[in-house]
Design a protein around this ligand. Structure first.
Ligand code: 5GP
Length: 189
């Protein structure tokens, strides 16, 4: 998506270890106009897919997911990284975060991820695919169906996208980064 790629080139910052910081428009300060355009693009790319629920993982997936849910007029559920003491009927899985180098317990209530749900997962980044694998596990535990996964930014060199596509999952990424070597941003053609 042209507008996102241009914004990444303008405001994105590279860090050691293949990390891209997009705090200026996605992860800290947020640009709602761009966020809306990205959600419109997801709706276009997943048109024809039967979806009844949008799912994401806290915190940074919530903003794009709610925009998609708003446009599709569907509920949005986010998997929580802290297990609330009051949560009943909980499903949980473990997710390793390479940006924070720690493993989280991620959970969602069975009240909101139900058998037969047709789930579209939305997140900000796809890197190694660990968050996505956690969501796949939660969806499986719930006897729901994963109908697609949409990411604002995919880092191709971390191969999460390759893994998910090889599983037959419909993956859409709005900007695919081929390399961040020498802190230079190169997009996949
Ligand atoms: P994965 O689980 O696919 O390895 O990584 C995806 C998760 O890690 C995303 O939910 C995102 O929050 C975080 N993440 C991965 N790579 C980056 C990055 O380059 N920049 C930022 N800001 N977050 C990232």
């Amino acid at each position: 998506m042209k507008a996102l790629k241009e914004r990444i080139l303008r405001d994105g910052k590279c860090f050691e270890g293949g990390i891209l910081k997009v705090d200026n428009f996605i992860n800290h300060q947020m640009d709602p106009i761009l966020m809306k355009s990205m959600a419109v693009e997801f709706v276009r790319r997943f048109a024809g897919t039967s979806i009844n629920k949008v799912m994401t993982i806290e915190a940074s997936g919530i903003a794009p997911a709610i925009m998609v849910g708003y446009l599709l007029e569907l509920p949005v559920v986010f998997a929580k990284k802290k297990v609330p003491s009051t949560m009943e009927n909980m499903l949980s899985t473990k997710v390793y975060s390479f940006t924070k180098d720690r493993t989280y317990d991620v959970c969602v209530s069975r009240d909101y991820l139900c058998p037969g749900d047709k789930v579209l997962f939305i997140d900000d980044f796809l890197a190694n695919g660990n968050a996505a694998k956690g969501i796949i596990d939660l969806v499986r535990q719930a006897d729901a169906e994963l109908v697609g996964m949409g990411f604002l930014i995919e880092k191709d060199f971390q191969h999460g996208g390759e893994y998910l596509r090889n599983q037959g999952i419909h993956v859409e990424s709005l900007a695919i980064i081929e390399s961040l070597d020498n802190c230079h941003i190169t997009f996949k053609k």
